[in-house]
Every structure is written in structure tokens, then in C-alpha cells.
Design a protein around this ligand. Structure first.
Ligand code: PLP
Length: 375
């Protein structure tokens, strides 16, 4: 399997990620946005994404690529799909769910929220009660794996509630799609968003929306922004295979290669298996060092692991970060609001042996800090 080039520090983060040398190499071409090879690659990316999701155009699905980071794609779907008289319900348990509500408010969209604990999945019963209390809701949004903590949300149970009421369902699967299986039909998804630099292991530069065509058709004339108009972007891509505005050509070429490498690894289940092994190594390793995971294992996705700060006067996250960085490892700060944590990303071109090397360095730094359990 293609490895990273070795000269960069491995990124134990939720993105940008460590990528394979061959993904990076795929960017060593300056192609024009009308170049036939580039237009072909864009078409293959769009069909490859549908294939990865187990759906097809024939079954009424479309994939739309959007320039920018993942947030731009989330904003594109929300601001293009919710009509002037629409109302959004956000079921959230972390910062990325909160961001969905913030985006909607920026566009003047009325929002209701179901706010659940950050260490637990969203509760379908609470979503059901909110839908009953607010029959005016037209759209429902949830995050698949809440990267804030690493919790996996019950997207299928929540989708069934949306479908039963004819509510359009949006899933932010930014950090999960490609390594966490999702059955779009069984989950009643209308729009799913993810981005290039997460589980598909491309580089940053664009995101994408997988859209039920009937829901995408409804977006005509609803956009609140020119550049983030999902419907216009779809029509543009469908008309001549080109982006409406300058495409991130290099990032797309890298992604084209990354999709091929995902296929080579055995698709979603192959990638899931590697990330699950990575996560299991991290979990047992931190436990051996006397550290505790923030999320109970039954709610934990295998994408990222939140770890509580050790209860020790000698501990400082900034010192930990710096000393690990000096040893060649990049970790990530915590993001939950109710506990002091740091995070270790399990995704990207990282393997169990990378996890072992990080754990060994972590043990050394904790010992230097005088934290009990440090090796
Ligand atoms: C679940 C989720 N949603 C949205 C985002 C935002 O993506 P970006 O930082 O690419 O805008 C992230 C980023 O990690 C994420 O994990």
C-alpha cells in the first residue's frame, strides 16, 4: 500500500491529513480547467463518489463538487436547499452541529435545536419530541461522526423520523464518509456532505454533496449565495463537466488518485478496518499509560479519539504538544466544552505502527512531566 513520503511529520489530526506519496505526486501536473484529461477526472470523481456511497444516477442520485473547505459545502447545501419559508431543526452534540445552526442563522433561516451531551450520541427520542413540538420544521440536520468528541450519531434512527414527516434530511458526514458505512436509502438521506481531506485521504481544496435528485431539483431558485449555489454548480458540472469558477485542479487530481487507493484498500470496509485497528491501538495504549478516553467505547467512532487530561499538576497540553512535535508527531487539541481533553486522529495514511510510535513518544513525554503511568 502506498505510504507517505516520510519527510513530513505524521499528522494525528482530523485533517488536513497525512497523505500517500502517490496522492501528492498526482498533483505534479498543471492542467487547465478545460483540459479533457481534467474534465474526465472530474467526471470519474463524481461517479466514483456515488459508487462509494452505493448509489447511482439511475437510482436518482447526484454528486456535486464545491470549491472550498468542508464548511463551504455544508453552507452550500443549507443555503441552497432551505426555502424562504423553511425552518431547520439541528440535532447536535458538538461544535460541528453548532456550526450548522450558526450557518443557518447567518442566512436568516429560522432554527430550532436539540442539544445533547457532547460525550453521547444525539437521542432520537429528543429529536422526535422536537419534531412534534415544531410541526413547521421542513429540514433536519445532524453530524454523522461528531469530530469534536468522536461520537458516532444514530443517523438511521433520526432519518426515519425525518422521513415519517416528509422533512428533508441533511447529514454532515465530513469526518466519516469513506470509512464509516452509511446506507443513504435506509437512512432516508437527502443530502450528505463530506470533503476531500478526510477519510478519502485527499488534500484540502474542495468538498462534495451527495444529493437525492428530487431534493436537488427543489433547490432551483432557492440559493442565497452566488458562489455556493448548489443547483447552479450541479447544472454547470452536468452541462460541460466544468466548474463554474476556478477549480482546485491539483486537489482534484490528488483526489482522483486517492479514490483509486481507497478502492485498492478494499473500499469503505477496508479503510474502516485500518482505522478501527488504529483506534484500538490508541485506546489500549492510552489506557496502559493511565489515561482515559472521553467517549464511552460503545458510542465511539474510529475516526478520532478524545483523551482526558491526566489529573497531574505536572501536565500541560502546550508542553505535551511541543515535545511530541519535537519528536516528530503532530497531535490535536481538544474541542469539547465540558472536559479538558486532547485528541488523536486515527485517519489519514497512518498505520498501527504509527500509532505505536506515537504512544511510545507520548509515554516518554508524560514521564518527563512526572505524570503517573508515563513510561
Ligand atoms: C463533522 C465536521 N463538519 C464540518 C467540518 C468543517 O470542515 P472544514 O474545516 O474543512 O471546513 C469538520 C472539520 O473537521 C468536521 O469534522
Amino acid at each position: 500500500m502506498d505510504r507517505p513520503s516520510g519527510k513530513d511529520k505524521p499528522l494525528f489530526t482530523p485533517g488536513p491529513l497525512t497523505t500517500s506519496a502517490t496522492v501528492k505526486k498526482a498533483m505534479l501536473s498543471d492542467l487547465g480547467s478545460r483540459d479533457l484529461a481534467f474534465v474526465r477526472a472530474v467526471g470519474e470523481i463524481r461517479s466514483g463518489l456515488l459508487e462509494l456511497a452505493g448509489v447511482s444516477k439511475e437510482e436518482g442520485w447526484e454528486s456535486v463538487l464545491m470549491q472550498g473547505s468542508g464548511t463551504f459545502s455544508v453552507e452550500s447545501v443549507l443555503s441552497s436547499s432551505i426555502p424562504k419559508d423553511g425552518v431547520l431543526l439541528v440535532a447536535r452534540n458538538g461544535a460541528y452541529g453548532e456550526r450548522i445552526a450558526t450557518i443557518a442563522r447567518c442566512h436568516g433561516i429560522p432554527v430550532h435545536e436539540v442539544i445533547c451531551g457532547e460525550g453521547e450520541p444525539v437521542e432520537p427520542a429528543a429529536v422526535e419530541a422536537a419534531l412534534d413540538a415544531h410541526p413547521e420544521v421542513t429540514h433536519l440536520a445532524i453530524v454523522h461522526c461528531e469530530t469534536t468528541s468522536g461520537v458516532l450519531n444514530p443517523v438511521e434512527a433520526v432519518g426515519a423520523l425525518a422521513a415519517a414527516r416528509g422533512v428533508t434530511y441533511f447529514v454532515d458526514s465530513m469526518s466519516a464518509f469513506g470509512a464509516v458505512p452509511i446506507d443513504l436509502e435506509a437512512c432516508h438521506v437527502d443530502f450528505l456532505v463530506s470533503s476531500a481531506n478526510k477519510c478519502i485521504e485527499g488534500v484540502p481544496g474542495f468538498g462534495f454533496a451527495l444529493c437525492r435528485r428530487a431534493a436537488l431539483d427543489d433547490c432551483e431558485g432557492r440559493a442565497r449565495s452566488l458562489s455556493l449555489d448548489l443547483f447552479a454548480q450541479w447544472k454547470g458540472l452536468d452541462t460541460n463537466g466544468q466548474f463554474r469558477f476556478t477549480p482546485p485542479t491539483h486537489a482534484l487530481l490528488a483526489f482522483h488518485r486517492a479514490l483509486f487507493e481507497l478502492e485498492e484498500e478494499g473500499g469503505v470496509s477496508g479503510r474502516q478496518a485500518r482505522y478501527q485497528t488504529n483506534h484500538a491501538r490508541i485506546l489500549s495504549g492510552i489506557q496502559a499509560l493511565g489515561l482515559e478516553a472521553y467517549v464511552p467505547e460503545e458510542h465511539q467512532c474510529w475516526i478520532i479519539t478524545s483523551i482526558r487530561y491526566p489529573e497531574s499538576e505536572g501536565f500541560s497540553f502546550d508542553v505535551l504538544y511541543e515535545r511530541l512535535n519535537e519528536r516528530g508527531f503532530v497531535i490535536y487539541p481538544g474541542k469539547v466544552t465540558d472536559a479538558d481533553c486532547f485528541r488523536i486522529g486515527n485517519i489519514g495514511r497512518l498505520f498501527p505502527e504509527d500509532m505505536d510510535a506515537l504512544l511510545s513518544a507520548l509515554g516518554g513525554v508524560l514521564a518527563e512531566m512526572g505524570v503517573r503511568g508515563g513510561a
